[in-house]
Design a binder for this molecule. Structure first.
Ligand SMILES: [Zn+2]
Length: 172
């Protein structure tokens, strides 16, 4: 029969013990300059955004092109072999019509959000972004071709928002 341990040996510390200096404490204010590090793969991705390119990463072993890029292939657990731009066009995989804004307030004109499978990337590789230049959301179809609408180069800052939205596009 197993019995739950109700009391571990030793003395528990409370917040009060720390405040009152019962144990040695060091106060340190870090000189934080960045909220987070983008890492190897995402850094290449956001740098590509500045240049108006969508960067993917390639695993030669399983012949996959991943977008957004990964540093490691999650199929064969090895570092990716190269980073290269893919197209800035794609296909609507799924979408959502949202009448709720980013701050949770109600809005009259819906925000159109879609997962876009990027051309040149492997199947199922896509990014979440906005759709634009669509007068009526009922025109949106699964599998519809879309193309990135980029901010002017001088306004780009290395962010996914360097793409303003994806608009419907006819392949020629
Ligand atoms: Zn692989």
């Amino acid at each position: 029969m197993s019995e739950k341990i109700k009391h571990f040996p030793g003395e528990e510390l409370s917040g009060r013990d720390i405040r009152e200096g019962k144990i040695p404490c060091i106060k340190h204010r870090p000189n934080v300059k960045y909220l987070w590090s983008a890492g190897i793969a995402m850094s290449r991705f956001v740098e590509g955004m500045k240049e108006g390119k969508i960067i993917g990463s390639k695993c030669v072993k399983c012949k996959r092109i991943m977008v957004p890029p990964r540093a490691f292939c999650e199929e064969c657990f090895r570092p990716v072999d190269e980073y290269a731009p893919v197209k800035d066009t794609g296909t609507i995989n799924t979408y959502s019509v949202s009448y709720v804004a980013g701050d949770a307030s109600r809005i009259k004109e819906p925000i159109l959000v879609a997962v876009i499978d990027i051309d040149g990337a492997s199947k199922g590789m896509g990014i979440l972004h906005l759709l634009g230049e669509i007068s009526d959301w009922k025109q949106i179809k699964f599998g519809m071709k879309v193309k990135a609408v980029w901010k002017p180069s001088e306004e780009r800052e290395g962010s996914i928002t360097d793409i303003k939205y994806f608009k419907p596009f006819e392949e020629v």
